[in-house]
Design a protein around this ligand. Structure first.
Ligand code: HEM
Length: 397
């Protein structure tokens, strides 16, 4: 590293104040305006919020590592065993190869008809029936019934998965006394996973395949359990909240909904554009394993760096008029699933769930009306706790 080129400006407001968590985009704009790299006053970390800088950091896994944790709390960063999201190099490669097996496009294809049928049946019951809460009645339908079944945990674990996921993302930190219950839920999740073996999980399930990898000598027992946490923690809430944003954006932008109904081939891009516009995962962090230069700023070895995905996705330098939801925009380069070696392992499943939901809506409903959503204050995830929605059938015109 040649020289210190510039000092990062400090951003004072607390990004983790409940008001900021419920309304984060003004803060993200201010951070992007401040410069390519800034430093937060609390917690004391570097922060990247512009598109190019976030993408480049995600593509530099040797310099900015995940193995020292991607959160701000010790409870999240030290789960007591290996896991995909917080590992580097060979270990990460081996874990991810096994985790990805059931999650690639080809492996997921056979599940599409059943997932579509289940969500279409649910939407069919709701069309023309007056207002309902879309988070409970639509967004949360598939995960507990279908996805947790595919993962294959015993019934008691399946019932807890949603609570564990929300707690885990909240426990990312920074540390706060109000987290006590989330930390104990996180510990419960990790403890539960540690107790699983090939005999406790369903035959033919994704979890069983991980224990088969132990028998085949590709993973150790501890690694199989670590890989299992990848199906339990990041798989449900993320997709549920993303569906809420997609429904809300289409209901609030009738021109875009009309476009979609006229041309259902736009469904996959509408999904990506909603992920770009309202990215669910707020941030993860890395630690600089060596000195790292981002733009004009030098980040010294040992420093923690926060990466704000939703801000990168609203960067006007990359996406013109970024606050506008436009399903014809080329949204393929959005970073809602991250990028590079740690890019989301479940993105094809998430997109599949969102696509079948949209297809079912386009087929059975003519107009959607959304009320005011209630926005949650989870520290890791941006999404609604409640979304009033009404679906009108084609015949009601
Ligand atoms: C809309 C839904 C989802 C969003 C927005 C999302 C977002 C993300 C992001 C941003 C990362 C990058 C982590 C990093 O940069 O360190 C990630 C990683 C990951 N996600 Fe997702 N995710 C979603 C759904 C899922 C689902 C359904 C699963 C599993 C079935 C899943 C499993 C994973 C795993 C295993 C990783 C770690 C990958 C690695 O470290 O190599 N995600 N996700």
């Amino acid at each position: 590293m040649d020289a210190v080129l510039a000092r990062a400006p400090v951003y004072g407001p607390d990004l983790f104040h409940p008001d900021a968590l419920r309304s984060p985009f003004g803060h993200y704009q201010a951070l992007r305006d401040l410069g390519p790299v800034a430093r937060l006053a609390h917690p004391d970390v570097y922060v990247l919020s512009r598109y190019d800088e976030v993408r480049d950091a995600l593509r530099a896994p040797d310099a900015l590592i995940s193995g020292k944790g991607v959160g701000f709390s010790d409870e999240f960063n030290t789960p007591g065993g290996p896991n995909v999201i917080q590992s580097d190099g060979d270990l990460h490669g081996r874990l991810k190869t096994e985790v990805l097996r059931p999650l690639n496009i080809g492996a997921l294809r056979p599940h599409r008809p059943l997932l579509k049928e289940m969500i279409a049946a649910r939407i069919g019951e709701l069309v023309g029936e007056g207002p309902f809460d879309a988070m409970t009645e639509i967004a949360r339908v598939l995960p507990p019934r279908a996805i947790s079944f595919l993962v294959g945990l015993p019934e008691d674990g399946r019932a807890r998965m949603l609570d564990w996921a929300a707690a885990a993302f909240n426990a990312l930190g920074p540390f706060d006394r109000t987290f006590t219950s989330d930390f104990s839920l996180l510990a419960e999740a990790f403890g539960y996973i540690r107790n699983q073996s090939r005999d406790t999980v369903r035959e033919g399930s994704w979890a069983r395949a991980l224990f088969d990898a132990v028998d085949a000598g590709r993973l150790s027992e501890a690694e199989a359990r670590g890989a299992l946490s990848a199906y339990v923690v990041p798989s449900l809430d993320t997709t549920i909240l993303a569906k809420g944003h997609l429904l809300h954006l289409l209901a609030r932008n009738p021109d875009q909904w009309r476009l979609l109904r006229e041309d259902p081939a736009l469904v996959p891009n509408a999904v990506l554009e909603s992920l770009r516009h309202s990215s669910v995962l707020r941030w993860f962090s890395r630690v600089a394993a060596k000195d790292y230069a981002s733009g004009e700023v030098f980040i010294p070895q040992g420093e923690r760096v926060m990466l704000i995905y939703p801000s990168a996705n609203r960067d006007e330098r990359r996406f013109p008029d970024p606050d506008r939801f436009d399903i014809r925009r080329d949204a393929r380069s959005q970073l809602a699933f991250g990028n590079g070696t740690h890019m989301c392992g479940g993105q094809h499943l998430a997109r599949l769930e969102m696509e079948v939901m949209l297809e079912a809506l386009v087929e059975s409903c003519e107009t959607m009306e959304a009320g005011e959503p209630e926005i949650g204050a989870n520290r890791g995830l941006y999404g609604f706790t409640r979304l009033p929605l009404e679906l009108m059938p084609a015949t009601a015109r």
